[in-house]
Design a protein around this ligand. Structure first.
Ligand code: BES
Ligand code: MN
Ligand code: ZN
Length: 498
């Protein structure tokens, strides 16, 4: 979809459809009022008659409205004006785009970005609008032999803003919104691919393709390289699989030379059977999404590279399958991680932390300013937070706060969880430096505690996205989270968030 920004009056737009809002009190928004005036009360008459009550989610399509230059006018119900906040703004945009896709209009002028949203700038509204519009029209049908074609899909969206002097700001925000949506689509595509296609080699090839497209530096470590580095924890997860593991490193040098990078580490388990600690059969297909952490950090890199952000960013993806097999790790096996710490593997299904710990140790060589890992790490996190918030852990309060704020700004929220020392003792092992599980309780926290033992040398945060990176049920699929959160955090660091 193509976007543009305009400051102008709705009645003068020459497009297939003009979209304006109506509040629940039947109060017209400013743009709707202007249309109504040009139409000599045509719209307010319809609203008064009750054909459009302004309830959130309601829509009414009008044709040949007098006094306007557009073929159609689409009214969008916005709910109560006093309750029109971020979430309602997002829903209104989503409803508008979905409806437009079904009306037959190829292009439309959207006058919802003019609405004021508490505490939010015009840049925020435009960025959010582009993200939501593209997210709402995302499809993944490459494996359907018959695609359900949209009859006349929306091709061009013009966003109306009130003031001409805000155009430059809005244009920049638009580019950001589009880039974030693209990053989300990269993450969703990778996540949605079936696990027979999206194996570690495929993830590595996608990273290499991205490197070519944006002139990034890319390095892929093979099993032999990992052996030399002593990544026996990572390798222990891969040893039950016929697919070779890959450790993917991708760097964007947008900042000053010598500036310490942000490093993002993403869990790339392309299929998690649980290994010898085999998972139960129901819904096991969803464990193809166990590489959504990797997809999220690669998607974020896509956004950053597209925007040429003036920061140094390195992405590390440990990619492997977790399969049972004759060569697979047994519960009770002890491995030595790259850090030198030994791990008793009590449950082969707690494999995410086993690959992340070596990737985190590997991150040390980039002398990072900040390291953030992203992982579909624990079912316990889903029990705690559901699919609303990602679990956030950090060894530095300021970093936690910055990430929480980025999540609020992006409407891709996280919740701060504790990393208190008291939890560490749950990882005790009689035979090794630690076990890889902490028992029945506080599973998301003990997993984070495990990782914290490998991140002492830098500022570090961990996002458990097991509940947020994909959806189950009727609309099963990757969501593209936490690309918006991470992208906003990096935009903020680059001083580009208005
Ligand atoms: N990939 C899973 C976590 C997961 C579970 C993600 C459900 C999404 C939905 C992870 O590798 C895992 O199996 N974790 C175990 C840890 C346990 C064995 C300590 C879990 O959460 O049950
Ligand atoms: Mn597992
Ligand atoms: Zn897993």
């Amino acid at each position: 979809m193509e976007f543009s920004i305009k400051s102008g009056s709705p009645e003068k737009q020459r497009s297939a459809c003009v979209v304006v809002g109506v509040f629940e009190s039947r109060k017209l928004t400013l743009a709707a009022e202007l249309l109504d005036k040009a139409a000599k009360g045509y719209i307010s008459d319809i609203v008064r008659r009750g054909d459009m009550d302004g309830k959130a989610g309601s829509t009414l399509l009008l044709h040949n409205v007098p006094g306007t230059l557009s073929d159609r006018v689409l009214l969008i119900g916005l709910g109560k004006e006093k309750e029109f906040h971020e979430k309602e703004f997002g829903s209104a945009i989503r409803t508008a785009v979905k409806t437009l896709n079904e009306t037959g209009a190829f292009d439309a002028s959207l006058f919802l970005t003019e609405l004021s949203v508490r505490k939010r700038s015009v840049a925020w509204r435009v960025r959010q609008c582009a993200m939501i519009a593209l997210d709402a029209t995302y499809r993944f049908d490459q494996f359907k032999s018959k695609k359900d074609e949209v009859r006349r899909p929306l091709r061009k969206l013009t966003l109306g803003i009130e003031r001409r002097n805000e155009l430059a700001l809005a244009e920049e925000a638009l580019a950001q919104g589009i880039a974030i949506a693209e990053g989300m689509a990269v993450a969703r595509n990778l996540g949605n691919l079936p696990p027979n296609v999206c194996h570690p080699t495929h993830v590595a090839e996608q990273a290499q393709a991205m490197a070519r497209e944006f002139k990034l530096h890319c390095e892929v470590l093979e099993r032999a390289d990992m052996e030399k580095l002593g990544m026996h924890s990572l390798l222990s997860v891969a040893q039950g699989s016929h697919q070779p593991p890959k450790l993917i490193v991708l760097s964007h040098q947008g900042g000053k030379a010598g500036e310490k990078p942000v490093v993002l580490v993403g869990k790339g388990v392309t299929f998690d059977t649980g290994g010898i600690s085999l998972k139960p059969a129901p819904d096991m297909d969803e464990m193809k999404f166990d590489m959504c952490g990797a997809a999220g950090v690669l998607g974020t890199m896509h956004t950053v590279a597209r925007l040429k952000l003036p920061i140094n960013l390195t992405v590390i993806v440990p990619a492997t399958e977790n399969m049972p097999g004759g060569g697979a790790t047994r519960p009770g096996d002890i491995v030595t991680s790259m850090s030198g710490q030994t791990i008793e593997i009590l449950n082969t299904d707690a494999e995410g932390r086993l690959i992340l710990c070596d990737a985190l140790t590997y991150a040390e060589r980039f002398e990072p300013d900040t390291v953030i890992d992203v992982a579909t790490l624990t079912g316990a996190c889903v029990v705690a937070l559901g699919s609303v918030a990602s679990g956030l852990f950090a060894n530095k309060e300021t970093l936690a706060r910055e990430l929480l704020e980025a999540g609020e700004e992006a409407h891709d929220r996280a919740w701060h969880m504790p990393l208190w020392d008291d939890y560490q003792e749950l990882l005790k092992s009689p035979f090794a430096d630690m076990g890889n599980i902490g028992g029945r309780w506080a599973g998301a926290i003990t997993a984070a505690c495990f990782l914290s033992r490998f991140t002492k040398k830098f500022k570090w945060a961990h996002l458990d996205v097991a509940g947020t990176a994909y959806k189950s049920g009727a609309d099963k699929g990757a969501t593209g989270r936490p690309v918006p959160l991470l992208a906003h955090y990096l935009l903020q660091r680059a001083g580009k968030l208005n």
